[in-house]
Design a protein. Structure first.
Length: 83
């Protein structure tokens, strides 16, 4: 389970950026505030293509649970549709 982001003031983020980056590398995330208002989020880099691919796979798995294929595999349905 991911932990909640930690609030960090802009001045502190500026002065301790190296330390914050090390912590982000270990899984932490931060919301940077200015005058107590959130202005930025500091999180680990994630490749959008990888994130999207994982999301699509998860959606497909949910659809497989929701809709039954009458005992046919995806490949069989595909081949039937091509005939």
């Amino acid at each position: 389970m991911k932990s909640q982001p930690v609030l960090v003031g802009a001045f502190e983020a500026k002065t301790k950026l190296g330390n914050l980056l090390e912590r982000v590398g270990r899984g932490a995330s931060f919301i940077i505030t200015k005058h107590d208002q959130p202005v930025a989020r500091l999180t680990a880099y994630r490749d959008d293509k990888v994130v999207r691919r994982k999301s699509v796979v998860a959606e497909m798995r949910e659809l497989r649970k929701k809709y039954k294929l009458g005992g046919l595999s995806i490949r069989e349905l595909r081949d039937e549709g091509r005939a």
